[in-house]
Write a protein that binds this ligand. Structure first.
Ligand SMILES: [Zn+2]
Length: 420
């Protein structure tokens, strides 16, 4: 199983896009060639020009344009949906990805990770249904229509909801290639662009979207200082209106509760609420930006212990989170009662048991805090970078901190006695 570890924020719960730059993808997608004598062609072109002018004017006023449903466009989209269904039902990631619009690299990466899970977790039922509603077109020429996804897994990731059928409905985007198929481009989002950040959000989440964009510059500064690096890429943040929609965007078998998500090359994904507070969003974003920064250190994410990845992300949000003191008291009581979970039981996302999941975050957070205080920020970052570039925990600890991991663990435990 090649599925990588996953890094999800635990709020105890315990844890569109930029448009294409390919010239062929610009402009209104659904072009129709006229057929017939030249005079008819000329008439048709005038008619088409009038229609386009009306569409253009309407788009200036309304943003999106609603066009009388065209049976041919629906048929083209339906053909793509049937191909997607067939690929998913047979666990065929490669075929599935042939139906994906490749113009947004972030969406493409998210879909690659989504499809990668299909082979080992092929759903026992899967269907895609278009709503009867009209096909709309956005200002980039993408067709938008509500889509319902129904599926059922033989086993979900936590094993808790096996046999339960799941269902989501959302406005889906399709690029209709001239004379070609429709390509699935994911959810149709509202967009908010600000310096360094692009927030894509559900229409009900305009307030948290605005807060996230306003928080971003200071949080980026906070993370850059902590990790001693620069985050130069425009950060994409997606705000989902429900946990179910966020879970389903990760992959079909994913059913852990979560408040946020990030993977290398993916957007920061958060579950939003219309009345979400600035404080809550700051904690969620700081944690996920901690992951973003960690992933810039190296590509060996799968080889780095999961508790290290969550520990540094928890540390990144620590100063905004009133839970931090609680974590410290909890770990002290675990040390005193000999209830710490061994670090190797917290290392692999795929094998950590549900009851140990909280320890990944809380123990990880405390250990990362301990290393930072005892050895300083720069050695802590060097230790992280060694692991993210393929050095084992044992060797990275020896090289960066000049002791064995077992010695580090002993010092960590002793620190709770010292500070008593
Ligand atoms: Zn996380």
């Amino acid at each position: 199983m090649s599925r990588r570890k996953k890094h999800k924020h635990s709020q105890k719960q315990h844890h569109g896009g930029s448009h294409g730059n390919k010239a062929s993808k610009k402009g209104p997608a659904p072009g129709h060639a006229s057929h017939g004598p030249a005079s008819l062609m000329a008439g048709a072109l005038v008619f088409l020009a009038v229609i386009l002018a009306v569409v253009f004017l309407a788009s200036r006023v309304l943003g999106d344009v609603t066009i009388t449903p065209s049976s041919s466009e629906r048929q083209i989209i339906e053909q793509t949906l049937r191909m997607m269904e067939s690929a998913v039902r047979t666990g065929d990631a490669r075929s599935y990805l042939q139906s994906i619009d490749p113009s947004d690299p972030v969406f493409e990466k998210e879909q690659q990770n989504w499809a990668e899970d299909l082979a080992s977790n092929t759903p026992v039922a899967f269907s895609l249904e278009l709503a009867e509603s009209q096909v709309r077109f956005d200002t980039q020429g993408y067709a938008i229509v509500d889509l319902t996804m129904n599926w059922e897994m033989a086993k979900n990731r936590t094993g808790s909801a096996a046999g339960r059928s799941r269902k989501i409905t959302y406005p889906a985007r399709f690029f209709i290639v001239p004379d070609g198929p429709a390509l699935y481009a994911g959810r149709a989002w509202e967009r908010l662009e600000a310096p360094g950040v692009l927030v894509l959000f559900d229409a009900t989440l305009d307030k948290p979207a605005k807060i996230a964009a306003e928080l971003y510059p200071d949080l980026r500064e906070h993370i850059q200082t902590g990790f001693e690096l620069k985050l130069s890429k425009t950060q994409e943040i997606k705000l989902y209106p429900t946990t179910g929609l966020l879970q389903a965007s990760i992959y079909l078998s994913y059913d852990d509760p979560l408040g946020g998500w990030n993977e290398p090359g993916e957007s920061i994904k958060l579950v939003g609420r219309p009345n979400q507070s600035t404080d809550e969003l700051r904690i969620l974003l700081a944690h996920e930006l901690g992951h973003v920064a960690t992933f810039t250190l190296g590509s060996h994410v799968d080889d780095t212990p999961w508790w290290v990845l969550e520990g540094i992300a928890e540390l990144a949000s620590e100063s905004f989170n009133s839970r931090s003191k609680h974590d410290h008291r909890m770990v002290r009581s675990w040390v005193e009662q000999d209830k710490l979970v061994s670090w190797d039981q917290l290392a692999d996302f795929r094998t950590v048991t549900p009851e140990n999941m909280g320890h990944v975050y809380v123990q990880g957070h405390e250990m990362l805090g301990f290393v930072s205080e005892r050895f300083g920020r720069s050695l802590r970052n060097h230790w992280l970078k060694l692991m993210l570039t393929g050095t084992t925990l044992e060797k990275a600890t020896a090289e960066a901190l000049n002791l064995s991991f077992d010695e580090l663990d002993q010092q960590f435990k002793a620190s709770f006695v010292e500070s008593n």
